[in-house]
Design a protein around this ligand. Structure first.
Ligand code: S3P
Length: 175
């Protein structure tokens, strides 16, 4: 078995990928990357503007390009956008890049964590809770493909970070 060289975080919006990803990068002395940031850099626009001007399929293509560009990187923690799990080619690239850990949370926790934020176009609807449940349902089988899952609902970011670190260390133990 090959040692995973990067740690990839997947999971729904509001599950803590960014905060935990940064903390993990600091702990492991890895670089931190956020695929949404890379998409915004490529497009020269915010995610909200990309969705508004070109639509979701265009955003998904940019996301796939960015994930493909992870190939060859080492010692990175990568926080991905919540919807990237829906494309098989993204999975192929993420698995090749490293260990894939999915952060999860209960719908009501996701709602609480995201309700005051306005930068996520998919949650700008009159009934964000219904949208969260609908998207979680549609994506459940995709999130289940990760190497590991950590339910963040009742944990602090520091506790989640420790759990993911243990998974990373276990993946490297005995190799
Ligand atoms: C999305 C999640 C967002 C961002 C975009 C779409 C999704 O990233 O990629 O708004 O489809 O779940 P975060 O998961 O970092 O919020």
């Amino acid at each position: 078995m090959v040692k995973p060289s990067n740690l990839i975080l997947v999971g729904f919006m509001g599950t803590g990928k960014t905060v935990v990803g940064k903390a993990l990068a600091a702990e492991l002395n890895f670089s931190y990357l956020d695929t949404d940031d890379l998409i915004e850099q490529r497009a020269g626009k915010t995610i909200a503007r990309i969705f508004a001007e070109y639509g979701e399929p265009y955003f998904r293509d940019l996301e796939t390009e960015v994930i493909r560009s992870l190939a060859g990187r080492q010692r990175h923690v990568v926080a991905t956008g919540g919807g990237c799990v829906m494309r098989d080619e993204n999975w192929l690239a993420m698995r090749q890049a490293g260990l894939v850990v999915c952060l999860t949370a209960r719908p009501e926790v996701i709602f609480e964590r995201t309700r005051r934020e306005t930068h996520r176009p998919l949650l700008q609807t009159p009934n964000p809770m219904a949208r969260i449940c609908e998207l979680l349902d549609r994506r459940a089988a995709f999130y289940a493909r990760a190497d590991h899952r950590v339910d963040t609902s009742d944990l602090t970011p520091a506790q989640v970070t420790r759990q993911v670190l243990s998974l990373w260390q276990a993946a490297h133990a005995g190799m």
